[in-house]
Design a protein around this ligand. Sequence first.
Ligand SMILES: Cc1cc2nc3c(=O)[nH]c(=O)nc-3n(C[C@H](O)[C@H](O)[C@H](O)COP(=O)(O)OP(=O)(O)OC[C@H]3O[C@@H](n4cnc5c(N)ncnc54)[C@H](O)[C@@H]3O)c2cc1C
Length: 568
Amino acid sequence: MTRPRRIAVLGGGIAGLSAAYTLAKARQTGAPIEEFLLEASDRLGGHLRTERVDGYVVEAGPDSFLAEKPEAAALCRELGLGDQLIGSNDAERRTYILHHGRLVPLPDGLMFLVPTRLWPTFWTPLLSFRSKAAIVRDVFKPRPKSRGLEQASRGSNVAAGFSPAQSESDVAPNTSPALSGSNVPRGLDTERAGLKPAATFGDTFGDTLDSDDVVMDDESVADFVRRHFGDSMLENIADPLLAGVYGGDAAGLSIRAVLPRFWEMEQKHGSLVRAVLAARRQRRVAPGPASSGSGAGRSRPTTFGQPLPLFMTLRDGLGQLVEALASRLDPSRIHLGQRVVSLGRGGRAELRAVQGQPFPPGEGYVIGCDGGASFAADVVILALPTYTDGRLLAPVDERLAQLLGGIPYTAALTVALGYDAAALASLPPGFGFLVPYKEQRRMLACTFVHNKFPGRVAPGKGLLRCFLGGARDSSILDLDDIFIMNVIRSELHSVINLRAQPEFHRVYRWPSSMPQYSVGHTQRVKLIQSRVAGIPGVFLAGNAYSGIGISDCVRTGRTAAERALAVR
Ligand SMILES: Cc1cc2nc3c(=O)[nH]c(=O)nc-3n(C[C@H](O)[C@H](O)[C@H](O)COP(=O)(O)OP(=O)(O)OC[C@H]3O[C@@H](n4cnc5c(N)ncnc54)[C@H](O)[C@@H]3O)c2cc1C
């Protein structure tokens, strides 16, 4: 092909922007390509959206990324934002669980759901006697004999057009809307883990996977946690943490996709407690490479021996990342307000005519948009929700469309409330609290933003962010703001005795935004990968495959772009 290859990026969220930026850089250094991006809405960034309201920095969606996953911080530094990276105030990191109507701190030393310190675990009222006994039993579990990591690796998180999950932080805390601030327990490390045969393969796939497709074991997070640590660990700790991260229900989420390291730990050690302690010891003996630059983005100690923060963000909010990425793209190649509604194989008469591009028959794709515009491309990167990917790819591969369309999504709703600091005097110290389902509230979590990151509010002010929705309450998005504010204010009153009127509030709705890594997800992703590999010039990126965090999306976007550049 003598003309430059046309590469289309569909979707201008962080995954699509990362792909477009990677392509633009390649073109500027001589790659023979013409890239362009199509975005349905009138703005770039997707879930990343920062507003400034009277001196408050308000994040409508995500507010940070897990420092341990390096891609987002690395991208910030590459874009010249290294000096804008800030870490969470981890000295203040205390997270509470609403338990019988009052806030109880998560016990120190908890690694997501694995206790590593004896006394805090045994004193906490969050765990029942049965769970405490189960923890003791876990310590003495024998190592599994035959099923080792060979089996574990058989279904590792590999997705089409994107690289394997970074095992590390699929231990949820990073991605959490709720967690993304408040609730990662102080002792929560993101070390890895191991495990034992996961039991049943659920029927979570509904009708979208054939029985032949189901070749590997998986189990729900709920079953896995219950098996190791009993009901109270599930109900009071694991389930609210996951509701914060995935907007999901532990009964439906896959242990292999959501917490792969715990699954691997079980395979290897049998006991999760022993596995976590062993990982911690290993880490102390062999610290990883010192980090460079601002130090952002590595979980290892810095050159000065200081641990890095759990979360990182940008001084003026994640909108800075979107602006920096957009500024590196040629505006004439960004098409806002273009909702893609069809994707056809090339060779059709209309494709050859599109935009005056002389496409030979049988080559490339024609992309149709709502409103009638169409675009021709040799290569297409889809960085869209999978329900849209599925619709677009149905004419190309019906089975692939079915697999993509079978990934469920839940909705999220965030509410930001700004206060005079005096009104927040009743707040306990820490990052915020989580609300287990059994407490029967609509709020899933609340972050004390002014404690979590420096510079989010003017002196003398405070900012709260509440999270609602999720798998059990998606319908809350249909209610009006007045109703939602009444719910929030009444729940804040009952939980933290906060009666004051906020100085301002904002309600943000995120319908069908959180892909659910249901039981069998890793297998589904492998099948998607193998089918996409059979379609020339099509790549997938985004949050639905191998991690929903910002770093995961950056990674999948950049990987898809690199693969697109390699197409000849
Ligand atoms: C409330 C909330 C809080 C979160 N908190 C955190 C956090 O603190 N930390 C963290 O790491 N992660 C967090 N996440 C997850 C993370 O923000 C997302 O997984 C990530 O931003 C998704 O990026 P994406 O590019 O894959 O998708 P999106 O951001 O959804 O981007 C997809 C883009 O495609 C566009 N589009 C859709 N359909 C079409 C079409 N037909 N044609 C053209 N364009 C289309 C959309 O308008 C959108 O701009 C949070 C998510 C939510 C909803």
